[in-house]
Design a protein. Structure first.
Lengths: 191, 191
């Protein structure tokens, strides 16, 4: 006989879907890991193979987002200025979110409503700024230019994202962030 | 007879001094609130009149810093651009820290060494960005210009502060932040 080892198809996606549903139905605090696993038809043990806690379900995409943006910086034309490489990274992020509009907005609504989630988001954004600054240094950008350009990009990302989430019928994120970057250029120029 | 109610002169300052000494001597994790109170010659009860936990000792100045920077934005010449009001706020902050150089660097060394303190610092910086954006809106600056200008200022503050802390014999914080703001203007202009 022996133990049946069953491969769970798309366990990650099912856990995320179950968590989102439960967070929306009952509120983030009220939901336990056991309930998420049950709704997904999986075990708690499986949950903890993918996530350290229920907060992390909401930030599962952070590493992929960082990789995507870092690659965009690395692949940007060598002739461009550092801010152009960051603009390319913002475009890449925008395109990714624009393909998942409704899900990204639902996720953000949950985060915005909880201080502990907003804090974790700040930590993820700070990590993203560090990764982008490193990517710029890899291109030969010095300091503090690398750090400042990366932080400027994160400011645009943060403010652009907030505006995009607040206006569900509005322009897509890529456009909102391009407009925010233009606005940042304008305000730093003293306009 | 009756209970003696003793006024403790400069309890706040004594608690801060005691906490800094103990954090430096034994490391942040190892120190308890009871030990901080004892070193200061005060009771735990007095400690909790001033701070919610031992982390807050390191952020006791955050509200005063925010007030100082917000006032500088409010008092900046009406004819100036939003970024000039933020520059005035950075100057005010720089002057405050330059008067407490050694203490500010010691404090930062403790924060940098602990993830939970770096997280709380990110939260304080995000709160500072919100306060500065509100102060700009009070001056009639619209959105997203107000948020972006405030975030740009916080980027300069963060990077400038890191550089200043890393170079104890270097230029003062006011100068480091002015240079960082010039650099930010330069990188956003595509240089």
């Amino acid at each position: 006989m022996g133990v049946m080892v069953r491969w769970e198809p798309n366990a990650l996606g099912r856990l995320q879907q179950a968590a989102f549903e439960l967070f929306m139905e009952r509120g983030f605090e009220q939901v336990t890991v056991a309930e998420i696993a049950e709704r997904a038809g999986l075990t708690e043990r499986t949950f903890f193979r993918y996530f350290t806690d229920k907060r992390e379900v909401l930030f599962a995409g952070a590493a992929a987002l960082s990789d995507l943006m870092v690659s965009a910086v690395a692949d940007a034309p060598e002739s461009g200025a550092p801010i152009d490489a960051i603009a390319a990274a913002l475009d890449a992020a925008g395109t990714m979110f624009d393909e998942h509009g409704a899900g990204a907005r639902r996720r953000q609504a949950i985060i915005t409503a909880h201080a502990e989630l907003r804090e974790r988001e700040l930590i993820k954004l700070a990590g993203l700024a560090t990764a982008l600054a490193d990517a710029l240094r890899q291109r030969g950008v010095g300091d503090p230019a690398a750090s400042l350009t990366a932080e400027a990009g994160i400011a645009v990302f943060k403010i652009g994202f907030e505006r995009w989430v607040a206006e569900p019928g509005g322009p897509d994120l890529t456009r909102v962030m391009r407009a925010a970057l233009d606005e940042l250029k304008s305000v730093t120029a003293g306009k």
